[in-house]
Design a protein around this ligand. Structure first.
Ligand code: FMN
Length: 182
């Protein structure tokens, strides 16, 4: 499985980096081929494409690069913070840039925040993903009080977090058709 891991927070001092690194590293322990897209490094402008993404008539090379990377993925994990009871603006902007590229892809969510573990961000994001035809997993990973699990910029998961991520990776792999290499 070619798995794209999207880190959806961009501010300095963010938890998204350490959490995203944990997710990517755990995925690398499986047979997945992992492509990490850190939206702090892969900086898309606020959507300025003149055409609806359904038409796939992109005018910017960066949008084409984004399109090719998403198209190449068999499955996606969004690593997302909760901001004001929703998900982050960079994530919505990155999603909005494309359309058909998302369709049919299994998607897992790794959310984090305070008390709610990012569940309100997940609840806000799910209809967006459904609208794009993504196959939204029930097997989410929710990390409450995320800052308490970060030491020296490294995310230290609890056993519960680890179990949830292993289950999510397995659920994603189960939805990706096996490639016949014969
Ligand atoms: C603008 C802003 C709004 C936030 N709103 C919420 C919220 O509604 N619920 C919550 O549980 N945590 C909230 N938090 C706490 C964040 O989830 C927490 O700081 C997390 O580390 C943010 O992700 P990041 O560090 O990757 O940016 C908010 C943080 C910021 C910066």
């Amino acid at each position: 499985m070619r798995l794209m891991v999207v880190i959806a927070s961009t501010r300095s001092g963010r938890a998204g980096g350490p959490v995203g690194e944990w997710v990517a590293e755990s995925a690398r322990q499986t047979t997945a081929e992992v492509d990490v897209v850190d939206l702090a490094a892969f900086v898309l402008p606020m959507l300025a494409e003149p055409h609806h993404p359904r038409l796939k008539q992109y005018t910017s090379e960066l949008t084409w690069e984004w399109s090719r990377r998403v198209e190449a993925a068999d499955a996606v994990i969004f690593v997302l913070p909760e901001y004001n009871h929703s998900f982050s603006a960079p994530l919505k902007n990155a999603i909005n840039h494309l359309h058909g590229e998302w369709a049919g892809k299994p998607v897992g969510l790794v959310s984090y925040g305070g008390l709610s573990g990012g569940t309100r961000a997940v609840t806000a994001l799910q209809p967006v993903l459904v609208n794009l035809g993504m196959r939204v997993l029930a097997a989410n990973v929710e990390i409450a009080w995320v800052a308490e699990h970060i030491v020296d910029e490294v995310f230290l998961p609890s056993e519960r977090h680890e179990r949830a991520l292993v289950a999510q990776l397995a659920a994603l792999a189960a939805l990706v058709p096996a490639v016949d290499v014969a």
